[in-house]
Write a protein that binds this ligand. Structure first.
Ligand code: DGL
Length: 271
């Protein structure tokens, strides 16, 4: 199975696109809902929680794990790839969502001015800015944190009036910081669940970039370039779900977000 990890429901927006683009594979989704949100947690805590999840997915038979979470990709991916993977199992792989997103930016932006909305953890890590400087030094990025977005989504308030207040506030602020922004990256996998409201408050010429399709296409490309990994990924078109919270609670919201019936099992992550 291909493991897909997020702090909660947000990774379902990535999984949905992976299933659409690569329906033949088996997926195992793990949401650490009991400890979400990660976005306001410290570097060490996000790293510890993410490593626990990766180990669990490896133990359950995943040769490849996608961190479908920007906060985990920003704060834990590099350490896991460089320090933990060689000790855990050098034949397995962990991939994130930030690099594929940065790679594709020149296809979208004409002004070269990118806006990023993300969790405080992702913004404070400056992972997007550092990757952009490496890959596309001619472009610039304004990183803006939206600490209220994940709690709104995790509490099923994405369509409520509270969401309007915070979406308008954060969008107005980032556009004031750089009116030349012509591409807005939704740098948190929870944010596509707020996309209708984001569209309402964003100037119409600004393109919105959710990550699901980008990450799915990048995974497809990775599997073509790595046939040794591709052959280890089973292909029965199944999806299983694990959550650290109550499965009943997870299933209700996850079914809405994914647009299909979800039946999850509870997992306790070993420390
Ligand atoms: N969905 C995650 C992300 O992409 C994490 C959100 C959170 O737990 O704060 O950053």
């Amino acid at each position: 199975m291909i493991g897909v990890f997020d702090s909660g429901y947000g990774g379902l927006t990535i999984l949905k696109e992976m299933k659409r683009c690569l329906p033949q594979y088996d997926y195992l989704y793990l949401g650490d809902n009991a400890r979400a949100p990660y976005g306001t947690r410290s570097f060490d805590v996000v790293y510890d929680f993410t490593l626990q999840a990766v180990k669990a997915l490896f133990n359950l038979g995943c040769p490849l794990v996608i961190l479908a979470c920007n906060t985990a990709s920003a704060k834990a991916l590099r350490s896991i790839q460089q320090n933990d993977l060689p000790l855990l199992d050098p034949s397995k792989r962990v991939l994130g969502v930030i690099r594929p997103t940065i790679e594709i930016l020149p296809e979208y932006s004409r002004s070269g001015h990118i806006g990023l909305i993300a969790t405080p953890g992702t913004v404070n890590s400056h992972s997007y800015r550092m990757e952009l400087e490496k890959m596309h030094p001619q472009m610039c990025i304004i990183e803006h944190s939206c600490p209220m977005f994940v709690p709104l989504v995790e509490n099923n308030e994405a369509n409520g009036p509270g969401a309007d207040y915070f979406v308008k506030k954060y969008i107005d602020r980032i556009m004031e910081r750089d009116p030349e922004i012509d591409t807005l990256v939704l740098g948190c996998t929870h944010y596509p669940l707020l996309i209708d409201k984001i569209k309402m408050y964003l100037p119409p010429h600004v393109k919105i970039l959710p990550q699901g399709g980008i990450v799915a296409e990048s995974l497809a490309d990775y599997l073509v370039r790595h046939p040794e990994m591709e052959s280890r990924c089973s292909k029965n078109a199944t999806t299983e779900f694990l959550t650290t919270e109550s499965p009943e609670k997870f299933d209700t919201l996850a079914s809405i977000f994914l647009g299909e019936k979800v039946i999850s099992k509870k997992i306790i992550l070993p420390c």
